[in-house]
Design a protein around this ligand. Structure first.
Ligand code: HEC
Ligand code: HEC
Length: 376
């Protein structure tokens, strides 16, 4: 069950989906095999390559292509089935917001690649936030969270949106706990997860973080290609993969199986050439190091076709626009990353790169919204 805002957004996506996948309207990449065909059942060889994350007694089977040794689960919050289930309910529960309409899923919507369709997110009362909603998939593989990395883990991160006035806008964390306490049906679930039915903000955040860690995406055409299925990618996608690692220089930052170095870089996104200033200083706010002005975290590229618009401010509407930004070497500004250089890509090479990005849409674990929320 989704809250009304999510439902509206999901409905929009569902209405648009057939249009987007029809060849006439495939503005992004007409020649590309379409995004997200349902993953075929894994061949036995591929199934054997699936890795598992073991946390306490919990076993999380990762989709093909994801690496268990990169998983980060803090020692004081091991995964358990009960916590994951409780966290999922809380994640989808709009009663945790000021007007009772907006859940985490409202801005990190499973039907929108766990992000949302707005350049900058919209909170309670449609209040405009300052940044684009990033995807929640594959957060298992990162400790630092947010575009500027200001939260040290998912537990800390989950505290933020609940009381952010342009997000869920609750008056305080005590008020959040109060709302959850009002729902009697949550008590046995806290008891099952923590051995006591006392409800606290720490437990709410730990449960939500546990659920998020199970939202992992893999077994994409790219992963099946890497595992030996040479038909999983089109010829154009194979050329795109070569460009990604070579001439287009993407792998300098979007590295390894989750396509991120977990680092911070300035691409000149949000630079105002008239005023000669950055609209958002990004990582600098956290480190106060002038070299970090305008630097933002390298995001994963998994399921990237589902999460437009792009960048921390949502300023690039399509993957084509993103590629044009890289092709010109980013936006010139005093702190531009030295790793950004003009690429001189041909039109055909740009098509191939976009085609490759379509190959990163995978199977997302535990994405179905709960059938029913406690007490509803
Ligand atoms: C109003 C929309 C909105 C709501 C509601 C919302 N978020 Fe977010 N979320 C955002 C935006 C925008 C950012 C990026 C903010 C930043 O980096 O400063 C973000 C960042 C995140 C991140 C960091 C991802 C990364 O790659 O660093 C996680 C995880 C996350 N949110 C989870 C949640 C959870 C859990 C909830 C519910 C408790 C929630 N969000 C509610 C909009 C929202
Ligand atoms: C210097 C490091 C670096 C290089 C090189 C790089 N990226 Fe990025 N990429 C980033 C960072 C950092 C962001 C977020 C920047 C921001 O929002 O200000 C990003 C954002 C993106 C996004 C948008 C993601 C989202 O969720 O909004 C896409 C798509 C992308 N990069 C693809 C590519 C491709 C394709 C290439 C090669 C042509 C490439 N990147 C090269 C660091 C890099």
């Amino acid at each position: 069950m989704l809250d009304p805002v999510s439902l509206r957004r999901a409905a929009l996506v569902l209405v648009l989906a057939p249009l987007l996948s029809s060849p006439v309207c495939a503005e992004e990449a007409p020649k590309v095999p379409q995004a997200a065909p349902p993953a075929p059942p894994a061949a036995p060889a591929a199934a054997a390559k699936r890795e598992v994350v073991k946390s306490g007694t919990y076993v999380l089977e990762l989709p093909l292509g994801l690496q268990a040794d990169a998983a980060y689960v803090p020692d004081d919050n091991p995964l358990t089935k009960e916590k994951v289930e409780l966290g999922k309910l809380l994640y989808f529960d709009p009663r945790l917001s000021k007007d009772g309409n907006l859940s985490c899923a409202g801005c990190h919507n499973p039907f929108h690649g766990f992000a949302d369709p707005w350049p900058a997110s919209r909170g309670v009362g449609f209040k405009l936030g300052g940044r684009n909603s990033p995807t929640v998939i594959n957060r298992l593989f990162s400790s630092d969270q947010f575009w500027d990395g200001r939260a040290k883990d998912l537990e800390e991160q989950a505290h933020g949106p609940l009381i952010n006035p342009v997000e869920m806008a609750m008056a305080s964390h005590d008020a959040v706990v109060g709302e959850v306490k009002k729902v009697d049906a949550y008590k046995p679930l806290f008891k099952a997860a923590y051995g006591s039915d006392e409800i606290t903000m720490t437990k709410i955040a730990q449960a939500i973080a546990s659920y998020e860690r199970t939202v992992v995406s893999g077994n994409s055409p790219f992963d099946r290609y890497q595992a030996g299925d040479k038909d999983a990618l089109s010829a154009s996608q194979v050329r795109g993969w070569a460009l990604f690692q070579g001439k287009a220089n993407c792998q300098t930052c979007h590295v390894s199986f989750n396509f991120t170095d977990e680092g911070y870089h300035n691409l000149g996104v949000g630079w105002d050439p008239q005023k000669k200033e950055l609209k958002d200083v990004g990582r600098f706010e956290v480190t106060k190091n002038p070299a970090d002005k305008g630097a933002f975290k390298t995001p994963t590229l998994r399921n990237i076709v589902e999460t437009a618009p792009y960048m921390h401010d949502g300023s690039e509407g399509t993957l084509r626009q993103v590629i044009e930004l890289y092709d010109r070497g980013g936006n010139a500004n005093p702190n531009l990353s030295p790793k950004m250089k003009p690429l001189n890509l041909t039109p055909a090479e740009k098509e191939d790169l976009i085609a490759f990005l379509y190959a990163l849409t995978g199977e997302v674990n535990n994405m179905e919204p709960p059938a029913k929320l406690p007490g509803r």
